[in-house]
Write a protein that binds this ligand. Sequence first.
Ligand code: BGC
Ligand code: NOJ
Length: 815
Amino acid sequence: MAKYGHFDDANREFVITRPDTPLPWLNMLGQDDFFGICTQTAGGYSFWKDARLRRLTRYRYNSNPMDNDGRFLYIKQGKTIWNPGWKPVRTPLDAFECRHGLGYTRITGRKGGVEVEQLIFVPPDENVEIWKVTVRNASRTTKRLSLFSFVEFCFFEALNDMTNYQRTYSIGEVEVEGSAIYHKTEYRERRNHYTLFGCTRDIAGYDTSRDAFVGVHHGLHDPRAVLAGRCSNSRAYGWNPIGAHQVDLAIKPGKSEAFAFVLAYVEQGDLPKFDAPFVMNKAKGRDVLAKYSDMAVVDGAFAALRRRWLDLLSAYQAPQVPNVHLQRMTNVWNQVQCMATFNLSRSTSGYETGIGRGMGYRDSNQDILGFVHLLPARARQRILDIASTQLSDGTCFHQYQPLTKKGNADVGGGFNDDPLWLILSTCAYVRETGDRTILGEPCGYADKPGSRDTLLHHIETSMAYTLRNRGPHGLPLIGHADWNDCLNLNCFSKEPNESFQVTGDIAGSKAESVMIAGLFLYAARELAALYRFLGSPADAARLDGHHADMLRTVEEQAWDGAWYTRAFDAEGRPVGSKACDEGKIFIESQAWCVLGGAGAGNGRAKKALQAVEKYLYRPDLGCALQWPPYSTYHLELGEVTSYPPGFKENAGVFSHNNTWIHICWALLGDGRRALDYYLSICPSAKRDHDVYRSEPYVYAQMTASQFSPTPGEAKNSWLTGTAAWSFVVGSQYILGVRPEFDGLRVDPCVPTDWKGFTVQRRFRGVTYTISVRNPRGRSKGVKSLLVDGRRVEGNVIPLAAGAGTAVSVEATLGS
Ligand code: BGC
Ligand code: NOJ
């Protein structure tokens, strides 16, 4: 750990102590409309709402070296040029530190007696990114230097920007006014917005042409203007507009100077577009720059960001947890990652390019499970947005674009797990808030936007869809795929130029998914509980009936002897069965059947989990997705067999599905295993970062498994359903404080040697301080519950009256 950095738990920061981390280690900036990704060397880019349709600065993915473009400061001191973040020049620094914090990144570099700190953040509710720059002279002589800023503008529509140069090289337009650089490409025609990059201090010069500042045959590591120590006040006409400022500084010994660069996205609204022909109306941009030219306002904006995050996190804090990894992930980093997945779904990260996948239907529904306690009102709106991408027959657009909220027609629907996830997100929202009005909100359908059908109709439509679309074993049809996007049982693709997932005819297909059956069981229980809460026992009983029927089918058709079969292919042959040569056991069907209540009375749940332990689990890696991995491509199984063994869905450790197993162990009351399994994939608990490579503070989608040549190497950090589900595991199942429709359940499942812990939970306006004691060394089972000193039967804290009050709870484990 110490090799590249460490957690600063008190400040809720991860401190990176050398810039050459094994992979770029990212932070995510912004949580309203303006977002940025930012690496430890200030790499990354910024966008407004939608990384494809409103990208503000340019970034080249799959670059070499990795992570080349960004928000750079160059220092020219005598003959030396350097960056406080080390890149792109990579001049060795006397000191380097990057602190990734709650929505900000603070990079500090020192060289030749000068220290430059760049604090990058997006203030709450503003469409700006601020870089507060502090230059300190730590030496005994006056330091004279030039500081240059640099961003490269993106022409807003990122796909066009990176593919259509015959057009883009001729459209770039900028204006400059004082220290404000305005990027206004396509503004003359249909755009009514622009990007501003300004400096709050007087400048000695600027550049807006990349060729002038960087040079056609130079790179960001040796830009001509910086080498020369001078900008040339260039104006970009076409080609590649950039924003660069030159600031000349003379700083006395021991003194420092602070100022800021401001990157803003401005929409003109109803303002007149032009002041004069070819002269854009810049009134709003001027106001933004004027506002942040007061350093007290910059500091105030940063303080507001800090307050916002601390307030958000105060909804769930567990200050005394016997395991440090669980504590810091649950209290800080897991919630930070949940904010990112809620906002970005699977669209934009170091691995998602912001142009491929927008918001995922199943993904965004699951993301709500870990986010809803933070900002329930935003979760509410998201649920309604997602529901309106459902079609009236129950299918759903698999993905949609955040700006337009319209489904992606190229991918379409037919992923048959999709509809059911809406039930989980909706129930999580109602459990958190008690707000049943969401169920009566009209949402419309993608094919019938004017429909007044409510959210509750959508939910019933989802259940009906699953019930209606079942195969020969009575199990749900899989369609293009279920949660495992790569289990494409109807694809049969021989052609490398086509998508596994949407090729193949799903109409009339018989391929079935046991995972969807388990998810249906879970959803049916959730919905029955919701109906009971709503006072509709008849509906609850109807759902109980569906649960019982599907449960019977699962137990009769899908038990393979020692675990649950994964699926039945288009010919009705089992997948994930002892009868298979490879892919004998899969993780998802064990998890979802158990979560849905299968195997509870007949010992199968325990057996299924023991099989997971035997064939899939490794304490240092987590659980592989299946065993044995597929060594050859199978036409009848699709993309799952396309990956080299041990990677991704072909028996990689896919973190997301591990979390379900953690819940299963907790349900079975095995606190030791619940925690050990939790730690097996926990990034904070990883020790060798040259092997793990990804960020130690957020989950990655996948770690190469024991079946791969590179076990333990993680990939695709940040945007994974693991974020939400791990928060659910840690907060609701291990620490065990779980929202119910009618109160807060206290049902921890911990190792027997834990003596106790405390959770502070804000729930429906009331703050509960819950102390859990374990005097008899139990794993699970609350023996007594004292609420403000009064004994309560069972383990649910009844709803307290009066928002803003505080309730103190004492729970004792025992029997
Ligand atoms: C990946 C999956 C992912 C899917 C998205 C596949 O190639 O392996 O993890 O869900 O693409 O379309
Ligand atoms: C990542 C996708 O975003 C998610 O929707 C899917 O369930 C998993 N991969 C597994 O394929």
